[in-house]
Ligand binder design. Structure first.
Ligand SMILES: C[S@@+](CC[C@H](N)C(=O)[O-])C[C@H]1O[C@@H](n2cnc3c(N)ncnc32)[C@H](O)[C@@H]1O
Length: 434
């Protein structure tokens, strides 16, 4: 009996730990996670973490363009058919492919391999039937934010679970194209040609994005470096950088009020609010791992995006910042204990402490893993009510942080646990092994 518990529990705990660890390591996770910029061509090595966006101004232009078209012509404008074309031009095994009808005529361009464009072709079907959308209408405006350039400002009260926008990418670039082949003018020419193929008005949005190095090395490289998300189309060679111009106006905060994920089945980038937001407050996402200590976060922000992180968490007086770092260390320590089925010190007090630490640290955007660990361990300690409560919380957080196609089916696993703690294989597992 004991042995069978151990055997079945082990993969689960390991999966949870793997999940946690991978979220912190570059490219460890097959899902998109942190904002990681591709390396500027010409630099010897890459830098972890990047992001992207497009101004609401451009969105407005897009809306005006389509509505004025239909007003002026007094007829429905037929969207361009969704057909992948190319290869247009190639370098090494990477070629330009484009689809001007993608996502109901929004369009998309990719620099990728033939195998990956085959995957994109199958994705396209799903996209064309569900639109690219701004879900919470009029939720924000794009305005100047002191010391940060443009930013997203909430124009209405928002609460946890409100989706701000869902967007498909304008440009996808295979990581190998930017990181494996030596920098060259040919590489830059291919990037220029690809960007020119993005259909208007998305193209204007693309070129309007911030280039944080002033475009000195190369404009497209700089735009991608400032505004691209790591994403994975799946398989052995699916790693790409994705650029979503509208999303690029989110500035960074180590304790953000918005979380994002990219669904590799649809390429859709979704941003969702994680706590109450008042009108006038800035909407932010985290470009960095918020569980890392302040010095690490600041170093990363400077290295990758050239800004000294002055978010409220990084701007705490030294004493408070040290306390915050200690809490983050404690979170890591407790989670390591919770992942170890043989740790005899795990108790309910420890679980409550972990939940309190997440709350004190205002980590609403990064609680899925912690709540999953609490739920499983509460059940292993025979705490039915607590297991139910945290399994439900974990499920909700997994959906916000990773989307419905979450890593390893964590949302479904937490739904099972919440439904029937006593029937779950983890029920009293720690008690039975003591
Ligand atoms: C993805 S863009 C965000 C939108 C950008 N502010 C704009 O005007 O388009 C990333 C760039 O914004 C700026 N930025 C983002 N978050 C910041 C922060 N917390 N503090 C200072 N600058 C920030 C940096 O220049 C960074 O390279």
């Amino acid at each position: 009996m004991k042995a069978s518990y151990l055997l079945t529990l082990a993969p689960c705990a390991v999966a949870a730990v793997k999940h946690y660890a991978s979220a912190q390591s570059p490219l460890g996770n097959t899902k998109s996670c942190l904002w990681r910029p591709p390396p500027p061509l010409g630099l010897a090595c890459g830098v972890d973490e990047v992001d992207l966006s497009l101004p609401q101004k451009s969105q407005a232009t897009e809306d005006e363009t389509s509505s004025s078209k239909s007003r002026n012509n007094n007829r429905t404008v037929e969207p361009t058919k969704s057909i992948w074309e190319g290869p247009v031009d190639c370098l090494s095994s990477y070629c330009i492919f484009f689809n001007s009808g993608f996502a109901n005529g929004r369009g998309i361009v990719a620099i990728t391999t033939t195998a990956n464009v085959d995957k994109l072709k199958s994705i396209d079907v799903a996209i064309t039937s569900s639109h690219d959308t701004t879900v919470t209408g009029d939720a924000y405006t794009v305005s100047e934010v002191a010391g940060k350039g443009l930013g997203m400002i909430a124009s209405t009260p928002l609460r946890r679970g409100d989706t701000i926008m869902q967007k498909t990418p304008a440009l996808l670039v295979h990581r190998g194209f930017l990181e494996s082949i030596p920098p060259s003018q040919a590489q830059r020419n291919l990037l220029d040609a690809a960007a020119e193929l993005i259909p208007s008005p998305l193209k204007e949005g693309f070129f309007d994005q911030m280039a944080h190095m002033g475009g000195q090395v190369h404009k497209i490289v700089d735009i991608m470096g400032t505004n691209s998300f790591q994403m994975d189309l799946g398989g052995q060679d699916g790693h790409h950088y994705g650029n979503y111009p509208e999303v690029s106006r989110y500035n960074h905060d180590c304790r953000p009020n918005v979380v994002f994920y990219i669904d590799k089945e649809t390429l859709m980038h979704t941003t969702t609010v994680v706590r109450q937001v008042k009108p006038g407050e800035e909407l932010t996402i985290s470009y960095l791992d918020p569980l890392k200590p302040r010095a690490h976060r600041r170093h990363r922000a400077h290295l990758a995006w050239g800004f000294g992180c002055a978010c409220p968490q990084c701007s705490l007086p030294d004493k408070e910042a040290d306390k915050s770092d200690e809490r983050l260390e404690e979170i890591a320590r407790i989670e390591a204990q919770l992942a170890d089925i043989y740790d005899k010190k795990v108790n309910v007090k420890m679980l409550k402490r972990l939940a309190a630490l997440y709350e004190e640290e205002r980590l609403e955007a990064k609680v899925a893993n912690g709540y999953t660990m609490i739920a499983l361990n509460a059940n292993m300690l025979g705490q039915e009510k607590m297991a139910k409560e945290y399994a439900a919380r974990a499920r909700e957080a997994v959906l916000l942080e990773h989307g419905p196609a979450d890593t390893g089916g964590d949302a479904a696993a937490m739904a099972d646990l919440a439904r029937d703690p006593k029937g779950h294989f983890t029920w009293r597992a720690r008690i039975n092994t003591r």
